[in-house]
Design a binder for this molecule. Structure first.
Ligand code: E4P
Length: 218
């Protein structure tokens, strides 16, 4: 399973990249705003900075919600850097834009997926990735992992090439469950990625090894 980090924070992207396990980045307008990145030029420059850190796909989201606007914005984003993936919301106009980009071999990430029907439609349009938001489903007492599992079955039934990018990941067990279901990619915060490394028995065991070594060498 590929690991993407879901942030626009350059330090966090650098830290995850330095761990040697980072395959890509996802951003969204809220994450860009959180970093204080506003104004078209600053936003475009920020995407380039992210692309210069990570050698992998970087999702950059369009703001327009009409077909022509999405295509226009998506082309500007894609021209920024070969790593850019154009992120498009799951709306009817978005489906049309995904089809257009797919015909031009421009990679897309269909975002805000909350049902299998939406995932099926995006795959038929030729999306490179679809982003089911598992944490946001869990937040409203729905089953985000069950959705990812159903999409996996549907895509396997018909050999769709569209990759399932499990999004809105909140904690390390989300990552483990996504891997067990067979999501192609997960995107989550640095905290969830780093938490995968933690286990109290590892810490206790290491402490013991170091103490025993110190005793033997004193
Ligand atoms: C997906 O690409 C989105 O950026 C993201 O995963 C949303 O997650 P959130 O529910 O934590 O905002």
């Amino acid at each position: 399973m590929k690991f993407f980090i879901d942030t626009a924070n350059l330090q966090e992207i650098q830290e995850a990249n330095d761990m040697g396990i980072l395959d890509g980045v996802t951003t969204n307008p809220s994450l860009m705003a959180k970093e204080g990145i506003t104004g078209l030029n600053n936003i475009l420059n920020h995407y380039v900075k992210i692309c210069e850190i990570v050698d992998g796909p970087v999702s950059a989201e369009v703001i327009a919600t009409d077909f022509e606007g999405m295509v226009r914005e998506g082309e500007v984003l894609y021209d920024l850097h070969p790593n850019i993936v154009v992120k498009i919301p799951m709306i009817t106009e978005g489906i049309k834009a995904i089809r257009t980009f797919s015909q031009k071999n421009i990679p897309t990430n269909c975002t805000l997926i909350f049902s299998s029907g939406q995932a099926l439609l995006a795959a038929k349009a030729g999306a490179t990735y679809i982003s089911p938001f598992l944490g946001r489903l869990d937040d409203v007492s729905s089953d985000g992992l069950a959705l990812i599992s159903e999409i996996r079955t549907i895509y396997d039934n018909y050999a769709f090439n569209t990759q399932i990018l499990a999004a809105s990941v909140r904690h390390p067990m989300h990552i483990v469950h996504c891997a067990s279901i067979g999501a192609d990619v997960m995107t989550g915060p640095l905290s969830a990625i780093k938490a995968l490394a933690k286990h109290p028995l590892t810490d206790i065991g290491l402490q013991q090894f170091l103490a025993d070594h110190a005793k033997g060498n004193s």
